[in-house]
Design a protein around this ligand. Structure first.
Ligand SMILES: Nc1ncnc2c1ncn2[C@@H]1O[C@H](COP(=O)(O)OP(=O)(O)OP(=O)(O)O)[C@@H](O)[C@H]1O
Ligand SMILES: [Mg+2]
Length: 301
């Protein structure tokens, strides 16, 4: 579990994956995407709006519906017990179990997706009722309380309704739900975009700590490249359905190989602008420990 992500065996292998939206005219949303996700790593997936990030994430888990069509490729999860699971070959029941057990997802805009008339404790407990039907009621309550503590919401909120929580807390509850069954992979699609920078940072730190503790891998999707530089081990940059660059976060920060990635980076003033603290503070630090911390530059706000 504590193997350095850079040297860990892969958890997921995605090969030649393509998705087309069969509309008029057709949209080739994901084109021949191949990558390996290592066990325990945080892989950032960046790229401008519409480049295909969400489609890829849904496609890997077979969550897409028509008009989306997977036209090529495979996604194989190398299970902890040594079995390779080709996700496309799972029958609907196995796929349903697989999705929460092995792979969970925090959806784009999820923090507004809570059921408004159910306490968050009930909503969390539902995950266990559905997927761990033999779990006793008291065990369920204990698990839910522990999960809320784990994500920094606190068990005293079990009986709260979603509207009684801040956006940040609601998002943490979503993360708690995704963590509930201790998956091997969490896919997070813009999980913090709607939150202010301070809350965003706290949540990211928490995800990072939880990842170390439980050893799961994360695919973290956002168009916010500086944010990814801060939390990712490696970053994949998508453009028009393709991965145009995939490299260590450090390498991307130091000098992205691809012109497009450099353009994306330069579009964030916090990295290159007047304050410039980020760049100056990290000059000469080349080790993996000296991971860039853009959000800290000039003080978080
Ligand atoms: N149901 C659909 N029907 C037709 N085209 C779609 C559909 N859903 C997505 N698309 C198109 O597929 C492409 C990829 O969309 P996708 O939502 O995956 O991008 P994204 O990178 O997640 O964008 P964002 O950063 O805005 O979330 C876009 O051109 C989008 O317009
Ligand atoms: Mg998206």
């Amino acid at each position: 579990m504590t193997t350095e992500p850079g040297h860990a065996p892969p958890l997921l292998t995605v090969s030649d994956f393509s998705v087309v939206y069969d509309v008029e005219p057709p949209v080739a949303a994901v084109r021949d995407v191949s990558f390996e996700l290592r066990r325990g790593e945080i892989l950032g997936l960046a790229g401008e709006s519409g480049c295909g990030k969400t489609t890829l994430a849904y496609g890997i888990q077979r969550l897409l519906r028509p008009p989306a069509v997977i036209t090529s490729g495979s996604a194989v999860l190398h299970d902890e017990d040594g079995v390779d699971v080709d996700i496309a070959r799972l029958d609907p029941e196995a796929l349903r179990r697989f999705r929460w057990d092995r792979v969970s997802m925090v959806f784009q805009g999820a923090m507004n997706a809570h059921n408004p008339v159910m306490t968050i404790g009930r909503q969390l407990a539902d995950v266990f009722t559905t997927h761990r039907p033999r779990m006793s009621r008291s065990e369920r309550t204990r698990e839910c309380a522990e999960l809320l503590d784990l994500v920094g919401v606190g068990r005293e909120r079990l009986r709260s309704y979603p509207h009684e929580l801040s956006g940040g807390m609601r998002q943490r509850v979503m993360i708690a739900m995704a963590l509930a069954l201790k998956p091997q992979l969490m896919i997070m699609d813009e999980p913090t975009t709607a939150l202010d920078v301070l809350v965003q940072r706290e949540i990211l730190q928490q995800i990072s700590e939880l990842r170390k503790r439980f050893g799961f891998s994360v695919i973290f999707i956002t168009h916010d490249l500086p944010l990814l530089l801060e939390i990712s081990d490696r970053i994949a940059v998508m453009r028009e359905g393709r991965i145009v660059e995939l490299d260590d976060a450090e390498t991307i920060y130091r000098g992205a190989r691809h012109e497009y990635t450099r353009t994306l980076l330069s579009s964030f003033p916090s990295l290159t602008g007047e304050r410039g603290g980020f760049v100056r503070a990290h000059e000469g630090q080349a080790s993996a420990q000296a991971r860039p911390r853009p959000a800290l530059a000039g003080g978080a706000r």
